[in-house]
Design a binder for this molecule. Structure first.
Ligand code: SF4
Length: 256
């Protein structure tokens, strides 16, 4: 632990939320990496590689992890390795529990999510492996932005207690340094600094998840419209950020 390293209970979140609400992603990431030793960047999409790029300009000592659901696009696997090599980082790949995946596939086949929704499959392939990883962290950094979805992400703060993954004896902090950035700002950064990106973006994909559950979007469609397109907009969270849905319901901004 460094002298500055903290735990969630030592931070005053009301003060921090207002102090950092309008700060730049660089300032927020620096603050996060300075305050927490046991912190990691969650990496999968275009935004997340911007987090890695910014962090790499601050320190060489940061953790990055990604969840491999077993259903990702070939281009996404190429992208993961490209980022690993480009930044010279150790990229920890987290896998789902074999027995749980086998039981689901045995009982329901490989495409049950088209019939009864994505939550069961996402629960097994994404959320449980993530929960396992987050149980060993004090804080994590995500690439969520408000403009990704007016249905589920409009109210995300730059710093929050992660209510979805905290427990009674383990409080987890979540940083969303890009919350106030637009898609245009993100892509300006990627082009300006020659940041690697997933080749699927050149094929019309915007928000990229698993191959069977992601499709390209049309001009002016919401960024996450290509995810689980057969379900309601409010359901378009995989469980990584399920407390977003609570915020939506509390604010009455529900499409249901
Ligand atoms: S996005 Fe689709 S394939 Fe991937 S874990 Fe969720 S339901 Fe399963």
């Amino acid at each position: 632990m460094t002298e500055l390293s903290m735990t969630a209970t030592e931070l005053n979140f009301d003060d921090l939320a207002s102090e950092y609400a309008q700060k730049s992603p660089q300032e927020i990431i620096k603050f996060a990496l300075d305050k927490f030793d046991n912190i990691a960047i969650s990496f999968s999409g275009a935004a997340d590689v911007v987090l890695i790029d910014i962090a790499s300009k601050i320190t060489k000592n940061f953790q990055v992890f990604s969840i491999d659901t077993g259903r990702l696009h070939f281009e996404t696997y190429q992208f993961l390795d490209k980022v690993r090599e480009h930044y010279g980082i150790e990229l920890e790949i987290i896998f789902p529990d074999t027995e749980q995946v086998e039981a689901l596939v045995k009982e329901k086949g490989l495409f049950s999510f088209y019939k009864d929704g994505h939550k069961e499959c996402c629960g097994i392939r994404k959320v449980r492996p993530l929960r396992r990883k987050l149980a060993n962290l004090d804080a994590w950094i995500t690439g969520q932005r408000k403009d990704q979805s007016p249905d589920t992400r409009a109210n995300i703060p730059v710093i929050e207690i992660d209510k979805a993954f905290s427990t009674s004896n383990h409080q987890l902090v979540k940083f969303n340094p890009l919350a106030n950035w637009t898609s245009a700002q993100l892509w300006h950064y990627i082009r300006f600094y020659n940041v690697p990106y997933n080749q699927l973006h050149a094929k019309g994909f915007v928000s990229i998840g698993c191959e069977p559950c992601t499709r390209p979007v049309l001009p002016n469609q919401q960024e996450r419209a290509g995810r689980w397109w057969w379900e309601n907009a409010i359901d378009k969270e995989c469980g990584f950020h399920s407390n977003n849905n609570e915020q939506v319901i509390k604010s009455g901004n529900s499409s249901q």
